[in-house]
Write a protein that binds this ligand. Structure first.
Ligand code: RB5
Length: 150
């Protein structure tokens, strides 16, 4: 599976840890966003990169990191077809796959420790969408997109 990951400067250090973790597990990683953790880099640019990688098929799923995870998840969710889930624990990361068929996981480097972050990453790539009534709801999200995105 190909994973697009990007962050702003606030997420840079945690991004390096997540990339190493993913590569050790055999994922192909497309890295983007801040080139270091010191120079300011907008979460808007990082979020655009991930969303466009996923929508174009260059990546199967994405991981989005900023200070809180809020800004970058807002950007990703401005793209039709993106379901970016801002999570803060393993249960949420599990549910965003099972119930919401999320295609991007977002979290905040200033909110979480690396242990929780890696637990969430593992859950995000292990859990599958359950379909059924949840598929009806995800289709409902698509209808909202169709009605409101140009
Ligand atoms: C950067 O200072 C910070 O605003 C950003 O990382 C993020 O938390 C925004 O939502």
């Amino acid at each position: 599976m190909k994973v697009s990951i990007a962050s702003d400067h606030a997420g840079y250090d945690l991004r390096q840890i997540v990339i190493k973790h993913l590569e050790e597990k055999g994922f192909e990683v497309l890295d983007g966003g801040a080139p270091n953790g010191t120079d300011s880099y907008s979460y808007v640019e990082a979020g655009k990169k991930i969303a466009e990688d996923v929508l174009s098929g260059r990546a199967d799923r994405g991981i989005a990191i900023c200070g809180t995870g809020i800004g970058i998840s807002l950007v990703c969710n401005k793209y039709k077809g993106i379901r970016c889930a801002l999570c803060s624990n393993e249960f949420m990361a599990k549910m965003c796959r099972q119930h919401n068929d999320a295609n991007i996981l977002a979290f905040g480097a200033r909110v979480l420790g690396q242990g929780v972050a890696l637990e969430m990453v593992d859950a995000f790539f292990t859990e599958e969408f359950l379909g059924g009534r949840h598929a009806d709801r995800v289709n409902g999200i698509r209808e909202v997109e169709d009605a409101n995105f140009k």
